[in-house]
Write a protein that binds this ligand. Sequence first.
Ligand SMILES: Nc1ncnc2c1ncn2[C@@H]1O[C@H](COP(=O)(O)OP(=O)(O)OP(=O)(O)O)[C@@H](O)[C@H]1O
Ligand SMILES: [Mg+2]
Length: 341
Amino acid sequence: MTEPLEVLGLPAVICSSEMTRVIERARKLAQINSAVLITGESGVGKEIVARAIHHFSLRCQKPWVDVSCGALPEHLVESELFGYERGAFSGAMGRKEGLFELAHQGTLFLDEVGELDARMQVKLLRVLDCGQYFRLGATKRTTVDVRVVAATNRDLPAEVRQGTFRGDLYHRLAQLQIVVPPLRQRREDVIPLCRFFMERHHFEKDLTAPVITALENYSWPGNVRELRNVIVSACAISEADELKLADLPEGVRGASSIHTMMDVRSLAQAIEDEDDDGGCGEGLLQEAEKRLILDVLARMNGHQERTAKALGISSRTLSRKLRGYRVDMGANPSLGSELMS
Ligand SMILES: Nc1ncnc2c1ncn2[C@@H]1O[C@H](COP(=O)(O)OP(=O)(O)OP(=O)(O)O)[C@@H](O)[C@H]1O
Ligand SMILES: [Mg+2]
C-alpha cells in the first residue's frame, strides 16, 4: 500500500486517479491567493482537501485556522469570527481576538459555510471584499490578510436560486472550486482506505475475497466516514483472523451478490441446471442481464451514455432495456443505484 499523504498532521489515503487529480488541483490552486470553495457529499474528505490547499500554499508556515460554521450557535458565530472588545456585551470581561485575526497571513477554513444565517452572510461578504471589519464593540477597524477556503455539502447554487444563500457571497467564496467525488466513483480507494483504518485501529486481519467484493461494490452513501465506521465495527466484533461477509452490515453484505450473480461460471451452471429441469434458462439469463446493466449503471452514477459504452451496446438499446425494467432515469437518475443496493 502506498504511504498516506500527510496534510497538516492528517494522513490521507489517495490511491484512485480521481483523488490524485483532486489533490493535484489543490496543489495548483494553492499557489493562487483567491478563495476556494470545496464541494462534495458528506464524508468524502473535504477537510483533507482544504488542509492540502494550505499545506501546498506559500502560507504553509503561517496559521491554519478552521471553524465549523454549523457547530457554532448563531449568536456565537460573529464573536468567534471577529472577536470582541471588553464590555462589548454582558459577559465580555476582556478583549478577545477573532478567528480572522488568528488566521492573519494564513488560511481560514470555513467548514459547512452553507449553515451561516443571512446576517452573517452579509458580514462575511464585507470582510472578504475589503479585508477589514470591526471587532464587536470596537471603534477601530481591524485589517487582516487571510485566505479563505470554504466547504459545503449543500447545493449552494440551488440555494442561491431559492434565495436562501446570497449569490454575491457564493461567487466571492467560489472564485476557485474543487469538487471531491463520492467514494462510489473512485472504488480504487475503498480497500486501501479499509486497510488504513484497520492499521490505525491496530486490527491485524485479512479481508476475504467476498468481503473485498462487497466493500468495492457497495454504494457508500456516507462515503469515507461510513466506510470507517463499517470496517472498525466489523473488526471489533469479529474474533477470527480474517473478516468474513457475515461480519459486515446487511446492506454492505448484499453488494457482494452482484458479483456472485455475475460469476460467469456459476451462471452458466445455473442455466444448465435449469435446462435439465426442463426450463430453458431464459428467465435466469434475463435476470443476469438486468443485474449487469443496473450494476454498470450504478457504477457510472446513472450516466446512460457511459453505461452503454461500457456495455458495448447502443444508447437506444440501453434506454429500451431500462424502460423494460421501468427505470425512469429522467425522473430519478439515482434509481439505478437504488435498485442495486
Ligand atoms: N482520503 C482519506 N484518507 C483518510 N481519511 C479520510 C480520507 N477522506 C476522508 N477521511 C476521513 O473521513 C472522515 C470524513 O471526512 P471529512 O470530515 O473531511 O468529510 P467531509 O467531506 O468534510 O464531510 P461533511 O460534509 O459531512 O463535513 C474524517 O475522519 C476524515 O479524516
Ligand atoms: Mg466536514
